[in-house]
Design a protein around this ligand. Structure first.
Ligand code: ADP
Ligand code: MG
Length: 619
């Protein structure tokens, strides 16, 4: 996991590793030849043969890692798409005498089609249930391959696939496979670094947050599932060319252990991790199977266990792991866990604060625009509990509108109804004149409603900068792009916002490492980064110190004024409410009790009673 937030110097190391890979891959046949000459009892052809199979395994495992490492999806059907690739080449050759290289060109199409169709089924569920569905799909596809004798040849599979003479020797075949694998890796690499890849990372880190920045989670999952199937089918096609056969066991569900083990061994957190894993796996399998053929599985299991427990980042993270170990050994301070609470805010630029206050003074007169958000007779019950009852509410453009009310009044539920996280039982939500009632969260986010959650919802393993960049990418519709370098997009804009919340120094740190107050600031910044017209803030300063609260609200007011945002927020802290809001709505037991200017609300006797806890049922 560590490799994801390497700095520029480490990036050079990474390119060095990639260059080494390429050189090593190119040098395998001559090296094997040399090795063979020095050791007459070793066949250099066999070494090349092993390297070829490691290449194919690497492609298969990296395609698997598109799902596992980049999107956090655990599939048990990946072997099926590998098998489908092999069958595509095999059957087209056997039945239609299609040369294998042309068959190979069709494997991505076969993989994509079957991947898309089955992915649509598997992605009707999430997490564990998604995994179980892939298992079922895997068994289904295996059964088809095994039992549909007329088409697939049944348990015999397809044999005797002939390949062009030019490829019949080990070395040319190796270079051919290496070339195809290399090409696929380049394409996959570009995809993982693209805005599309950024959306996957966002989904992996926090599905809910991903939705609220405008990502259609299911669509992206389906897309990556299909992509992974596509590349798995190419790997399977290469296997058929290499082994000149395809057989039903390739699709059997236990085969999925291979890409999983390889990805875990190598490391799911880096692009080339699974390639390293494939190499190690092949070497292990080969050396162990000579002497301990029967114990191979158990030894492999033990190795995976050790790797996962001790070096969870896999072999790819070994350098980092060793550095950390050495540091600990030398009793050097580990890179200090950042205790940033408050500190950053305190150092926020004073000039900015002055500027903020000027803005505040300038926009104090109440100038309410058109109705932007109109809520009509909205209700939501949880079982018998009527959390929101017949609420009518109008938020005007440019307003800073607070909703107050004791715990359980239904404020968060109301926000969830507006943002699409919950669907109302009845009533309407209109935004800018459009009916958005019951629309999914990503569409509502796209329509221009951003939000900060009551519980901090950020992307913990992404850097502070990436948190904001990705939010901007998603909200502005860039994340459908499978090319371009996501980390270089919206950098300046994101950085500006980070500086404004006083987190400039932490921009390159994983957001999850910051203190609570600073995470709240990121949460806020994300909602402001979206450039939405309306921003919903659910207790934006919950858990912040008084000083942080003050600063955060200044920021909110400033950004709102600069960008012409409309704010709808709920807040516990009455100082915040009366210092920021221009309109206040009071909720109690799911209903709107009253509405007015802060001054009116402050004087309202009913409101005073609620806050003293004296008021009973309001019928
Ligand atoms: P507030 O944000 O004003 O404190 P909420 O909207 O969180 O209030 O909650 C309103 C009422 O609805 C509370 O009684 C709460 O227990 C209940 N509630 C909120 N969410 C759920 C849920 N998902 N399932 C069941 N009850 C819920
Ligand atoms: Mg709440």
């Amino acid at each position: 996991m560590i490799t994801r937030y390497l700095g520029p110097a480490d990036a050079r190391i990474r390119w060095g590793i990639a260059a080494f890979f390429i050189l090593f891959a190119a040098a395998v046949p001559p090296l094997a030849g040399l090795y063979g000459q020095l050791n007459p009892d070793i066949s250099s052809r066999f070494e090349i043969y092993l390297a070829t199979s490691a290449m194919i395994l690497a492609l298969w495992a990296i395609s698997y890692n598109l799902m596992l490492g980049y999107a956090g999806m655990v599939s048990f059907a990946h072997a099926a798409y590998f098998g489908i690739g092999a069958y595509t080449v095999g059957l087209l050759f056997q039945r239609y005498h299609l040369p294998v290289l042309e068959g190979l060109l069709l494997t991505p199409i076969a993989g994509a089609l079957v991947g898309l169709a089955t992915g649509l089924v598997a992605l009707r569920a999430v997490r564990l249930y998604f995994s179980l569905l892939t298992l079922a799909i895997s068994q289904l596809l295996f059964t088809i391959a095994f039992n549909w004798v007329a088409v697939t040849g049944g348990d015999n599979g397809v044999h005797g696939i002939t390949i062009p003479d030019q490829l019949s020797d080990y070395t040319p075949l190796y270079y051919f496979v290496a070339g195809v694998v290399g090409l696929c890796l380049i394409v996959m690499f570009v995809i993982t670094r693209s805005p599309f890849g950024a959306a996957l990372a966002a989904i992996r880190e926090n599905r809910e947050r991903a939705r609220s920045i405008g990502i259609n989670v299911k669509m992206y999952e389906l897309a990556v599932y299909t992509l992974a199937s596509t590349f798995a089918a190419i790997a399977g096609g290469l296997f058929a060319v290499f082994q000149q056969e395809a057989y039903p066991e390739m699709l059997y569900w236990t085969q999925n252990a291979q890409p999983v083990v390889v990805a875990l061994l190598g490391g799911t957190g880096s692009f080339l991790g699974p390639a390293i894993g494939a190499f190690i796996y092949t070497v292990l399998q080969n050396t162990l199977s000579k002497n301990y053929a029967n114990q191979f599985d158990i030894i492999l299991g033990a190795i995976v266990l050790v790797v996962v427990l001790i070096v969870p980042g896999g072999f790819a993270s070994l350098p980092q792991f060793l550095t950390n170990l050495r540091n600990r050994f030398r009793r050097e301070e580990e890179p200090a866990r950042i205790e940033s609470t408050g500190e950053a805010m305190r150092e926020a630029d004073l000039a900015r604060v002055v500027q903020v206050q000027a803005v505040q003074a300038a926009d104090t007169p109440v100038e309410r625009g058109e109705p932007l958000l109109v809520i009509q007779d909205l209700s939501k019950s949880f079982g018998g509990l009527r959390a929101v009852q017949n609420v009518d509410l109008t938020v005007h453009a440019g307003d800073r509108h607070a909703i107050i009310g004791p715990n359980g009044a239904g404020k968060s539920t109301l926000f969830n109804l507006i943002s699409g996280r919950l669907k109302p039982d009845s009533g309407k939500v209109l935004f800018g004149g459009r009916d958005i009632t019951g629309k999914p969260p990503h569409l509502i986010a796209k329509a221009g409603i951003g939000r900060a959650f009551q519980i901090t919802m950020i992307f913990p393993k992404l850097t502070v900068l990436q948190n904001l960049q990705y939010a901007m990418l998603a909200h502005r519709g860039y994340t459908t792009r499978p090319f371009g370098f996501a980390n270089r997009m919206f950098r300046a804009e994101a950085m500006e916002l980070i500086e404004a919340v006083g987190l400039g120094r932490y921009a390159a740190l994983p957001a999850g490492q910051l203190g609570h107050g600073d995470q709240r600031a990121i949460e806020l910044a994300i909602s402001l980064a979206l450039g939405s017209r309306l921003v919903l803030l659910d207790e934006p300063t919950a858990g912040m110190s008084q000083y942080e609260t003050q600063k955060a609200m200044e920021l909110v007011r400033q950004v709102a004024a600069e960008k012409g945002l409309t704010l709808l927020f709920c807040e516990h802290d009455m100082e915040v409410v009366f210092g920021t809001a221009r309109t206040v709505t009071v909720m109690y037991l799911g209903r709107v009790l009253t509405q007015g200017t802060p001054e009116e609300i402050r004087r309202n006797p009913e409101v005073r009673k609620i806050y003293l806890g004296e008021l009973e049922e309001i019928a």
